[in-house]
Write a protein that binds this ligand. Structure first.
Ligand code: 9D3
Length: 239
């Protein structure tokens, strides 16, 4: 998969996407990530990318002409059309279904906004999909774009070991994980639950199942309700 990112802060992407699974996927040629500075497509001598909103209001808006020029230039760098995703607080909230859909695309073009957002004509004429990562205010689309890239890259065939892929499948099934422990079995008097040390696989499995149900009911009752209306949900979770 090829991912092109249009941003005013390409340097923000160095670091998070250079470690772990992302690093491996890129090194293996499974993920080709290209960063592009929107400001390179400004045309005036001050390299202006934003302006005051028509009709008034606070803050600045990113200009449609600069964004369109940047997008055209980036499109031309590869043959595939690419799905244009604008990271926006007004977008649909990112979830596992959307991540899997985007992971099917041969090419994604991610546009990160700054200031109060982008001129709506860019959204209307150039954007295929608008995505938010949740209902809280961030300073721009860069962190959301990195979240999206990380989540999508995990679904590129070969990017993960089989074990982790299997664990992700079960999250998609909609229950929280059971708690996990490792050695030492006791630390400062804090003990690992007895059943996990018992070697009784039947009891261990039952305990894990109970823990998953109890914490899902406690913390994410919305997930349980979603499972109730879903025939296949139980088998998917080994319940
Ligand atoms: C007047 C209200 N504005 C500022 C408080 C609205 C606003 C504009 C631009 C709020 C946030 C932003 C920048 N955020 C993003 O570009 C963004 C975002 C987010 O803030 N939260 C969750 N997902 C996303 S995706 C892009």
């Amino acid at each position: 998969m090829r991912v092109d990112v249009l941003t005013l802060f390409p340097e923000a992407f160095v670091g998070p996407l250079d470690v772990s699974i992302l690093r491996r996927a890129r090194d293996a040629g499974l993920l080709e990530l290209r960063l592009h500075d929107i400001r390179a497509h400004a045309t005036d001598r001050h390299r202006t990318v934003d302006d005051y909103p028509f009709g008034g209001g606070q803050g600045m808006v990113m200009r449609v002409d600069v964004l369109d020029a940047a997008l055209d230039a980036v499109r031309a760098l590869a043959a595939e059309a690419g799905m244009v995703v604008y990271l926006s607080p007004q977008g649909e909230r990112l979830n596992d279904t959307i991540v899997r859909e985007l992971a099917e695309m041969p090419r994604l073009i991610l546009v990160c906004g700054r200031y109060e957002g982008v001129d709506e004509r860019f959204v209307a004429h150039c954007v295929d999909r608008q995505i938010s990562i949740g209902d809280y205010v961030l300073s721009g689309g860069e962190l959301p774009a990195m979240v999206l890239i990380d989540a999508v890259a995990r679904h590129i065939p070969g990017a993960l070991g089989d074990e982790q892929s299997a664990a992700d499948e079960s999250f998609a099934g909609g229950l929280l994980e059971h708690p996990q422990y490792t050695r030492p079995a006791e630390y400062r008097g804090w003990k690992v639950p007895e059943v996990l040390l018992s070697g009784h696989h039947g009891n261990v499995d039952r305990w894990k199942r109970e823990q998953r149900l109890a914490r899902t009911a406690e913390r994410r009752p919305d997930l349980l309700r979603a499972l109730e209306g879903d025939e296949g949900g139980g088998e998917q979770n080994g319940l």
